[in-house]
Write a protein that binds this ligand. Structure first.
Ligand code: ZN
Ligand code: FE
Length: 259
């Protein structure tokens, strides 16, 4: 069982998610880009690092690997193509951390190697998703390597998860994402309510994460490309109606890149 899940702030706006095992002695971290906040957390709580989960190859998600491996000798799970991974995972892969089973989804788009970790709630009470830089609160990752069609297919896998799934992404981009969402989806009242709530959290120094699939389906413009409001916004950008949902997604993603 997982006794607690903690966001460790790193760099300017990353979170390294730390899971504490119910033995009270072990921890697992997701995407340790910087070893320093992880070491501080482990020291403060007197924990040993037993496992590391990696979502993709970017340095802000992997930069702490060598230091943490040298100190703790954890098991390291992640996609192919990254040094220091003990067990390479792809679509349909499985990993068990503190007796909690995670299924792996391949979610290419931000990078081609990107994977996400999902637990169905059977052992933890609520379903858990660790999705790196694929799905953000009110946004999605930039397309550095994949195509819009690949990213949309990846997001659809996550959209199909239970609404109560707790979504753990790795960047605190929420307020900037919501500012864009308001431009792309201006009539969305839930979006306005969410923006007020998330602003409040940031003003009180709290993370806006985890989010839920339910909240993202209602307010994330990249998950709403099938809705007429987003199709209208895409048509405004294109100067003509979009041919399909992929073209809506492409237009909205390009607009966000320039926003
Ligand atoms: Zn990244
Ligand atoms: Fe990142």
């Amino acid at each position: 069982m997982i006794a607690g899940i903690h966001p460790l702030p790193a760099f300017r706006d990353n979170y390294i998610w730390a899971l504490i095992g119910d033995d009270g002695e072990s921890a697992c971290v997701v995407d340790p880009g910087d070893p320093a906040p992880v070491r501080e957390f482990l020291d403060a709580k007197r924990l040993k690092l037993s496992d590391i989960l990696i979502t993709h190859h970017h340095h802000d998600h992997t930069g702490g690997l060598q230091d943490l491996i040298a100190r703790h000798r954890p098991r390291v799970f992640g996609p192919a193509g990254i040094g220091d991974i003990d067990q390479i995972l792809g679509e349909g892969g499985r990993v068990t951390v503190f007796g909690v089973d995670f299924t792996v989804f391949a979610v290419p788009g931000h990078t081609l190697d990107h994977i996400a970790y999902y637990h169905d709630g059977s052992a933890h009470g609520i379903p858990l998703l660790f999705c790196g830089d694929t799905l953000f609160a009110a946004g999605c990752g930039r397309l550095f390597e994949g195509t819009p069609a690949q990213m949309l297919a990846s997001l659809r896998k996550l959209m199909a998860l239970p609404p109560q799934t707790a979504v753990h992404c790795t960047h605190e981009y929420t307020l900037a994402n919501l500012a864009f969402a308001a431009a792309a989806d201006p009539a969305n009242t839930e979006l306005r309510e969410r923006t007020a709530a998330e602003r409040n959290k940031r003003e009180n120094g709290q993370p806006t994460l985890p989010s839920t699939i339910e909240l993202e389906l209602a307010t994330n413009p990249f998950l709403r490309c099938g809705e007429p409001e987003l199709a209208a916004s895409a048509a405004g950008r294109l100067g003509r109606p979009a041919l399909d949902e992929t073209e809506v997604f492409t237009a909205i993603r390009q607009w966000k890149d320039e926003f």
